[in-house]
Each structure stands twice: as structure tokens, then as C-alpha cells.
Design a protein around this ligand. Sequence first.
Ligand SMILES: NC(=O)c1ccc[n+]([C@@H]2O[C@H](COP(=O)([O-])OP(=O)(O)OC[C@H]3O[C@@H](n4cnc5c(N)ncnc54)[C@H](O)[C@@H]3O)[C@@H](O)[C@H]2O)c1
Length: 320
Amino acid sequence: MRVLVTGGAGFIGSHLVDALVARGDEVVVLDDLSTGKRENLATVADRVQLIVGSVTDRDAVAAATDGCAVVFHQAAIASVPRTIEAPVETNAVNFGGTLNVLEAARAAGSRRVIFAGSAAIYGDDAPLPVGEDAPLSPLSPYAVEKLCAEHYVRVWAPLFGLETVSLRYFNVFGPRQDPRSPYSGVVSIFVDSLLRGEAPTIYGDGEQTRDFVAVDDVVRANLAAAAVSAPVGLVCNIARGEATSLNRLFATLSSLLGGPAAPRHAEARAGDVRHSLADVTRARDALGFVARTPVEVGLARLVEWARGVRGRAGADPGSG
Ligand SMILES: NC(=O)c1ccc[n+]([C@@H]2O[C@H](COP(=O)([O-])OP(=O)(O)OC[C@H]3O[C@@H](n4cnc5c(N)ncnc54)[C@H](O)[C@@H]3O)[C@@H](O)[C@H]2O)c1
């Protein structure tokens, strides 16, 4: 089957591409390489058609979608601070780019679009664990853009007969996540600091919680969304349904990596969600998806990968 992965050179997208290539799909990637990297596709480069272009460019999206039965739309500017700095630009990508993808999929006769949504749309008010029907109160342009895009994705199903699934990812972590990203990269930022022998900074008391989900599970959720029978605007949380505090995250990583015994604490940041925890019932019932990788196992894999990258970069292994 020919499929398109927008944002396929990024963190999550590149893992998805690996899995699609492994199962024998013909994979097209559309990525402007703004945060994605060619090296993320290094092991599958000869089996993937990489189109370097933007989802804001309708011609590029049309060319990439041509002949594709399924579109996995992962491309986005996935940084809350960036959307606060430049909302017009990020809206064009996160919202406008999604509309372009939907229209291109419709024109190309694609069967299905799977959209990378975000738990950011819930904000801080919803009762926990948060289900998909909870009230939504996005707190940033990023969350607003993701929510508006998700509405388009949902509406395109009954309007145009396009099968669509929106997956609301919670905090995804794993190899290839860029530690310089200030959003949802808390795991990779901690790993990066500890490898350098530095104490990572926790904003607030560290008892805030996140529902961390390993990237291999997010890939499995996408494959399940591609396989489920005739979804019409389906929306599902993708998470483990398990809360981990940042203090516990630090303790686990510091036992894997050594280094400073305590994190640095700084004042809590305005706008940070205090607790995040998903109700994962719908993903189980509608997609047959249950996250399999325990957080500790995912963290151990990430640490192994990060050590390898650091080793190859010639960093002093004694410094971490
Ligand atoms: N990482 C998380 O915890 C998380 C949580 C919720 C939702 N998401 C969503 O998952 C998706 C993947 O995020 P990620 O964490 O892999 O981030 P990422 O930055 O690694 O991946 C995004 C990819 O999109 C590409 N891209 C950006 N703008 C583009 C444009 N205009 N045209 C084409 N490509 C463009 C980037 O180059 C990159 O390869 C995004 O839609 C993000 O909003 C991620």
C-alpha cells in the first residue's frame, strides 16, 4: 500500500516510517526539515520517497498525496513557545497545513487520514482521568491550532466520506526526540542534562504529573488507526493511562544514568498544566490499542540510545 507520512523526518514520524517500511508499505514523506532530520530516516532512506516541502504549499501536498491510500499527518510546529511567538506562522502550518492535507487527500481519492492531535487541547479544567468528551479549554495557540485542525479532520468524514481518525497524543518520549524542544520534551531534556552531569531543572515542586507514552506505542496506535474498520471522525486519547510525577521521572532517570542526586527547582511556570492523565478506554474499545511499554522500559531504551548518540559524537563518556 502507498502511504504518506507528513512530518516523517521528525521524532514520531520517523518511527512510524520505520514501521510502515518494515511491513512492506511504499512510503512517501513530506517534510520541510524544519525540526525533522534526514538522519532520522537514514536506515530506510533507499526505501522512502522524501519530498522536502511544506504542508503550507498546496502543490507539494498534492504531489505527495498522489496515489496514497492512507495519510498519516504528523507534520506540525510542535512547540508551544513558538506558537506564542509567531501564531500567524504556526497557525498556517498547524491549522492551514491540516486543511491542505485533507483537501489533497480528498482530491487524490485517499481512503483515510490519521491526524496527530494533542492532549494540550484539554487545558487544565477537565476532570481526571480525562476522556475524549471532556470540556476542552486550550491554553496556548498551539492547543487552539491543534483543536481547530482536529475539528476539520472530524468534519471531513461525514461531509466527504473520508475516513478519519484523530489521535490525541499525551507526552510522547523516546529516541530521536530533540532535547532542545522546550515542549513535551521533558524526558529528553532530563536525559540530556544528566548525560552532561548536570542537574535538570524542575519547575515547581515536581509533584506535577504527566501521562508518558513511549513512541513505539504511538506508532502502534497509528497502525491500529489505519487498520480499524471504517472510522467516521473517530477521536481517541493515546496514552498509558498512568500518571508519573516529574520527581519520579527524575529518580528513574538518575538511577539509570547516575549523576546529580537532586534536581534543581525553579519557580512553577505560568500556563503549565498541573496534572495530566488520560482515560484510555476508547482507544482500547475502538482501536484495540493498549500501550505496552512500561515507562521504565521506555526510559531505559531511550537512555541506551542517547548514550550511543553521545558516544558517536565523541563526547567524553566520563562527563555524564
Ligand atoms: N511529542 C509529543 O509529545 C507530542 C504530543 C502531542 C502531539 N504531538 C504531535 O505529534 C506530531 C509529531 O510531533 P514530534 O514530537 O514528532 O515533533 P517533531 O518536531 O519531531 O516532528 C514534526 C515534523 O514536522 C515537520 N514539519 C514542521 N513544519 C512543517 C511544514 N510546514 N511542512 C512539512 N513538515 C513540517 C518537522 O520538520 C518535523 O519533521 C506533531 O503533529 C505534534 O504536534 C506530539
